[in-house]
Design a protein around this ligand. Structure first.
Ligand code: ZN
Length: 350
């Protein structure tokens, strides 16, 4: 599995000041809000399933459903919820864009949202620029819908190579294949799908699909089988690509919701972009007295902000923004250093 251990140890604050100084010397306008934003995303959701009183002493397995959302997604989510199961949904960007409400339904049902390319092509037959486009467009679309950029990617058909892996690394994505193939895509019966799931061991991942009634019909029996073996449905770790105990809400985000989260919503929107940096804006609704946390992904740096009062944690990756009298939206500029993912944002009332 791909390792994404970030290389730390750099004085982020100093670098940000230097970058800001350089940007100022280069004549970059840092004071003006600059977005023609149309797309937006709900950034804070609490679609958290209470864990059933399950015995997980034998560990966790990763249930995955590819190619959604589809016309069967609602039925699949209903089956999973009724049986107390959470799963990782590898959506295509195309399907997500066509059915954003179903992506939010996945997240609200406690599922983790992951990237399965834009159009489900054979990536290993594409030049790197097209592979990047397939993955990046999907990242941006899923982030716009859910407020969180996925951390997991499954290449269509499980086809990967060094080009695909280079793009995954560029976008901060962990490649997830599977240990067990349910063969639901290949005409397997419900009994056969259940039987194959019965071979799952701690940490392993099973390939299933959104869109087959045979698969949906298998869900209650899969739940019963796992419970009989003291296994639970877990999330897939972005650090290892293996199934582990859930630690947070849905949306593919491993981070727990912010403490004391009040009732407000932060929506992130795109702005102007250049070769080395891009602007984003965040609109807050629900309160005038907000605290928004913006977490960028290493090695990104925020080099300028406007219409808010920022403070920083010691890592330099987490910006806490409060109102400065300029209203309920603020903006900032990110030096991407090769990572184009949007930061995660969350809102709480002060
Ligand atoms: Zn697929």
């Amino acid at each position: 599995m791909t390792e994404h251990a970030p290389l730390r140890g750099r004085p982020a604050r100093t670098l940000r000041r230097l970058a800001l100084a350089a940007a100022l010397m280069a004549g970059l306008t840092v004071g003006a809000a600059a977005t023609g934003a149309t797309a937006s995303a709900t950034a804070l959701q609490t679609g958290h399933q209470p864990a059933a009183a399950a015995d997980c002493s034998a560990g966790y397995v990763g249930l995955t459903f590819d190619d959604g959302p589809t016309g069967q997604t609602a039925a699949l989510l209903s089956a999973l919820q009724q049986n107390g199961l959470r799963a990782t949904m590898f959506n295509t960007g195309q399907n997500a864009q066509n059915n954003p409400s179903l992506v939010n339904a996945q997240k609200s049902a406690g599922m983790w949202i992951a990237n399965h390319s834009w159009s489900h092509p054979h990536l290993t037959q594409m030049p790197q620029s097209q592979v990047l486009s397939e993955l990046q467009r999907t990242q941006q679309t899923l982030q716009q819908i859910t407020g969180t950029a996925p951390r997991l990617f499954r290449p269509p058909y499980g086809e990967t190579n060094s080009t695909v892996r280079a793009v995954e690394q560029q976008l901060g994505l962990t490649e997830v294949l599977w240990d067990v193939d349910s063969q639901d895509w290949n005409g397997a019966s419900t009994a056969q799908i259940v039987q194959r799931a019965g071979s799952l061991q701690n940490g392993q991942v099973i390939l299933m699909h959104d869109g087959y009634s045979t698969t949906i019909a298998a869900v209650p029996q899969i739940a019963a089988n796992l419970a009989s073996r003291n296994l639970c449905a877990g999330m897939i770790s972005a650090a290892t690509g293996r199934a582990v105990a859930p630690t947070g809400g849905g949306g593919g985000d491993d981070d727990p919701p912010p403490p004391g989260g009040g009732s407000c919503t932060a929506q992130i929107s795109p702005g102007q972009q250049w070769s080395d940096r891009f602007n984003l804006s965040v609109g807050v609704s629900g309160t005038n007295d907000w605290i928004v946390t913006v977490t960028v992904q290493y090695p990104q740096e925020i080099i300028a902000t406007w219409n808010g009062s920022p403070t920083w944690d010691s890592s330099g990756n987490v910006m806490t923004m409060r109102p400065n009298g300029a209203g309920n939206s603020f903006g900032f500029t990110i030096m991407h250093h090769g990572n184009w993912n949007w930061p995660s944002v969350s809102c709480r009332t002060a």
